[in-house]
Design a protein around this ligand. Structure first.
Ligand SMILES: C[S@@+](CC[C@H](N)C(=O)[O-])C[C@H]1O[C@@H](n2cnc3c(N)ncnc32)[C@H](O)[C@@H]1O
Length: 284
């Protein structure tokens, strides 16, 4: 490989991503540049004419090729930020999404009204919600339930990586293992369960094909896990406890109805930036 300056590396990386039709090519090229060379936009302006190390260049362009083939940026970099905390990610675990901040923020504001809240995050994946709540609520005790062994390995790493000593990871099936916990064990249940309709999964953006199907598939109508959780976990809340769900675009109404039928009151929604009701919650 001929010698290239940092600026040339960035431009060529960006062009290769653009040519492959990668959305946000500029952003992705900059993230990869920062990851491999430790150079952000300011460093690019200040030191862009310096010759880039050729071994690092080779690693950078091989990552660009992976990204151009559709592998999510977050898996290439190996970590992603969620609400100010770093989460290690890779194939086998869902990448934490900005949308999930809406349910996490709602859970946080409800838990802040409680002293030493006992919280469980069902379908915890990387632990994005569980670890964030535990870090921001020092007195809390948070349980994180997850079925997939691959995801559970990331969950455990993320608890350690963030020194979240008040989180306990539990391997369990949300549809079967509710009796691991006595009734009234929790003040708050939060969950971002799989909620994509089975038939829709293959029609979504190509990056999703890299993410675990078990993290996405919410059954024929997308509501399978909401039904299971509401019915099987409501008694695990103490009277007056809260359930907070992340909900997909068309799911807030049926989920709210389901919660109402199971005795939840004070049902409400939280909107995302596009105005979608992205979190649905209620009190038992
Ligand atoms: C949509 S992801 C959410 C991950 C994480 N909570 C987040 O918000 O980034 C759903 C998670 O549920 C897990 N899961 C799927 N079926 C499950 C089951 N029966 N019991 C427990 N967890 C399950 C998946 O492995 C995946 O990690």
């Amino acid at each position: 490989m001929t010698k290239m300056t940092l600026k040339e590396v960035y431009r060529r990386g960006k062009q290769e991503l653009e040519r492959s039709g990668t959305p946000d090519a500029d952003f992705d090229a900059l993230c990869l540049l920062e990851h491999f060379f430790g150079a952000d936009r300011t460093a690019l302006i200040l030191h862009g004419d310096k010759i880039a190390d050729s071994a690092v260049c080779r690693r950078f362009f091989s990552a660009v090729a992976e990204r151009a083939a559709g592998r999510p940026l977050q898996y290439i970099i190996g970590k992603w930020n969620f609400m100010g905390f770093d989460f290690l990610v890779g194939e086998g675990v869902l990448i934490p999404r900005d949308d999930t901040e809406i349910a996490a923020e709602k859970a946080l504001s409800l838990a802040r009204t409680m002293s030493a809240p006992r919280v469980i995050d069902l379908c915890s994946g990387s632990g994005a919600i569980a670890v964030t709540l535990a870090k921001l609520l020092e007195q809390s005790q948070v349980t994180a339930l997850e079925l997939s062994d691959e995801a559970l390995a990331y969950l455990r790493k993320n608890i350690e990586h963030n020194c979240a000593d008040n989180v306990t990871a539990v391997r369990g099936d949300v549809t079967k293992d509710f009796d691991l916990f006595p009734d009234g064990s929790f003040d708050l249940i939060v969950s971002n369960p799989p909620y994509i309709r089975t038939k829709q999964i293959d029609t979504l953006q190509r990056e999703l094909a890299f993410e675990p199907r078990i993290a996405l598939d919410g059954g024929g109508d997308g509501l399978f896990f909401y039904r299971e959780i509401v019915a099987k976990w409501k008694t695990k809340l103490r009277p007056g406890g809260y359930l907070v769900f992340e909900t997909g675009e068309d799911e807030h109404e049926p989920v709210a109805l389901l919660m109402k039928r199971h005795g939840f009151t004070e049902i409400g929604f939280e909107l995302d930036l596009q105005g979608f009701k992205r979190a649905t919650f209620g009190k038992i």
